[in-house]
Design a binder for this molecule. Structure first.
Ligand code: APR
Length: 313
């Protein structure tokens, strides 16, 4: 028996709940939102796909009723305001900080043993806020961003190489922002063979550039931020936790000296299992990657500083 709560029944949260149900990740999935009827409607709709998709996951939607979330093994936080075209993730900070703190506090009361996965943007800063304000152990509060960015990276790489997406290995570390993420192109591989053997430098540089604006490209097309890949990426992280999969997933985790950083949550490879962040893996970075990581951490710190300025921490 396993139970997952998804907070925020918007595009990302509902997609995450849908993927969780369809992939039978948990026996029970609860979706909760502040907007009257939204979660109930979306979960009823998802429930009515169960005979079509062949799952019997118990799905429930509630409006602000945290008692229904009690005893969750994993809580995914997607509540907030999505990024609009031209709006930076950083501009979202004031609104989303209040929301994340409130819902985190409510969810913790009912599921004190849960692992919390933060999706709301600006994700690195919201994760830092959730961790600091909750007082929970760092292993049980982390952010999902690297999984999404890495999936986009692998897709762009596969296209450029004419390869199967599932044959491509690649990670994106650093902050979860257009300018802060670091697609590790020198470490990417096609079934273990470095991608540099298959494509010229310019092609690979374009893959990196496309990955970095992957989210913004979709925001431009859709008029709001994307949801299929973000929702599925969050669900895959939940699956790694519930299934105790020990997957190496670039995740936004609290660093305490690793990668030369302290007092920050930022994307690095981490082993994700039933305990949440079970191990932070320090991979060897090139001088260029190191410099980029430091710049990324500086940028994330600047956004985190806003939390103090607005009195959220
Ligand atoms: N409690 C519960 N739900 C809330 C609260 C709250 N206090 N405040 C807002 N919400 C809900 C909204 O009612 C809305 O249904 O959060 C949901 C957000 O959904 P969308 O606006 O559709 O946003 P979405 O595209 O799902 O993105 C959610 O994930 O990727 C990030 O940048 C994105 O921060 C954003 C988050």
């Amino acid at each position: 028996m396993s139970k997952v709560t998804v907070i925020g029944a918007g595009n990302v949260g509902a997609t995450c709940a849908n993927v969780l149900a369809m992939r039978k990740v948990a026996s029970e999935v609860v979706l909760i939102d502040i907007k009257e009827g939204l979660s109930e409607g979306k979960m009823l709709d998802i429930y009515q796909t169960s005979t079509l998709c062949g799952f019997d996951t118990a799905v429930k939607g509630v409006t602000n009723d945290y008692a229904a979330t009690a005893g969750s093994d994993v809580v995914v936080i997607t509540s907030g305001v999505p990024r609009k075209p031209g709006m930076t993730r950083e501009e979202l900070i004031g609104v989303n900080a209040g929301i994340v703190k409130t819902v985190m506090g409510e969810a913790m009361k009912h599921s004190p043993g849960a692992v919390f996965v933060i999706v709301s943007n600006p994700m690195d800063t919201m994760t830092y806020l959730a961790l600091k304000s909750s007082g929970l152990p760092a292993a049980r509060v982390f952010g999902m961003g690297g999984q999404l960015d890495s999936s986009r990276f692998r897709c762009y790489l596969a296209k450029a190489l004419g390869a199967s997406m599932n044959d491509i290995d690649g990670m994106v570390i650093g902050g979860h922002g257009d300018t802060t993420m670091i697609p590790l192109i020198d470490k990417a591989a096609w079934n273990g063979v470095p991608v540099a053997q298959f494509a010229p430098k310019e092609t690979l540089q374009k893959v990196v550039a496309d990955t970095m604006v992957g989210g913004a490209t979709l925001t431009g097309l859709l008029g709001t931020s994307a949801w299929y890949a973000p929702g599925a990426a969050a669900a895959s992280v939940v699956e790694a936790i519930i299934g105790d999969q020990k997957k190496l997933i670039p995740s936004c985790v609290a660093l305490n000296g690793e990668y030369g950083q302290k007092d920050i949550c930022i994307g690095v490879p981490a082993v994700i299992g039933r305990g949440g962040v079970e191990r932070i893996v320090e991979i060897e970075l090139t001088a260029d990657e190191k410099a980029k990581f430091e710049a990324s951490a500086d940028a994330v710190r600047k956004t985190n500083a806003v939390l103090k300025e607005i009195g959220a921490l």
